[in-house]
Design a protein around this ligand. Sequence first.
Ligand code: IMP
Length: 435
Amino acid sequence: MGPRNVTVVGLQWGDEGKGKIVDALARICRYVVRFCGGANAGHTVTVGEETFAMHLIPCGILTEGVTNVVGNGVVFDPPVALEEIDNLRARGIAIGPENLRISAGAHMVMPWHKQADVLSEQVLADGKKIGTTGRGIGPCYSDKAIRSTAIRVGELLQEDAFRRKVHDVATVKNKIFSALYDAETLDPGKIAEEYVEYGKKLGPMIDNTGAILRKAIASGERILFEGGQGAMLDIDHGTYPFVTSSTVTACGVPTGAGVPPSAIGQVVGIIKAYTSRVGAGPFPTEQDNEIGETLRERGREYGTTTGRPRRCGWFDAFAVRYAADLSGVHELALSLLDVPTGLDEVKLCTGYRVGGAEVERFAPSAMTEAVAIYQSLPGWSADISSCREFDDLPAEAKDYVDALEKAIARPITFISVGPERTQTIVRQTQIEGLE
Ligand code: IMP
């Protein structure tokens, strides 16, 4: 048996800094696999002077010797992926079947999905809008569930059948668009030809990725599963309906990658030192004030995918404890600890009150009415961006890390103090090969 696989998942509302940790762990893994979401994700990795923002291509693409896999649970958007591939190639990253495989079973985001995403949001009243990224994610997963109007990546390889399918599905979609929204209709012939061209470029990388991964498991090769979004956006376990449309917790790894649950391995939960949320929905620790503003500016909290300013607030340990339990998290990676530097105090939410009574068991549904109960700790003012050992940190920052560990009941084994690969403190991780 080889070393345990690793699963990296976000424990908040996404944007926790998963890209950086996936990049750091990729060098000890043979495969890096996306299993959920699609081009709604934005994973950022900084290498020296260069910053890479990945949407669909796994972050392992920056590491030589890694085969990156877009699993069947992802909704795959060919033009976005090809643009990302072209951009990476232009920056000197070679990409081909030797380092990128796309599941033939992944569902394909089609132009009508993006159109439906935008139109369906437009007609909702304020307060009811989800605040989606407009990338067609929900409509594509809806078609996956509906089945008859879905198209999978593998279908690109059968050109004539694909053309016929596009024609049939677009006819249905056009009827819906004109009847419901009085919207412009789409040209099926044009779409089919565009996608056939995408298929020619992507063809060599389209594969039965589940079979590849199960073989890797049998040979003891190590896999890293790269989560997208964060637990609070999980379709089943997040703040529904203000969620995304896939299973983004570690529970999504087996179905989304086509591997047995035992392949999940060591689960690393990513948290950032405060909370951010982009899009609508409850957020009990939100600071719609100067503190939120400070966190947004210092943390450059603007959407990687949409550029929208993110809502910011204090760390919600009550919610994160739930998320960590749900994904079976073994250890935590704390990111952006440098951002709260300079605040007089740092607060973490340890529970909620609803109607004056303390909530006993966390449930996302409680968030709407929740009033956060806080533990307040003194802040720190010294610059921590060059700290490389836990003991280099100011006492107040160490106390904050200790308080987070206690509240979440898991060890924090990675602490990120800046975007660079080198700006990471590693301690007592259970991931073999890194200790
Ligand atoms: P959708 O995934 O585009 O349908 O958007 C649904 C909700 O999830 C919106 O609130 C989005 O802002 C949010 N969301 C989706 N993907 C991400 C992500 O990668 N990071 C943060 N928020 C996301």
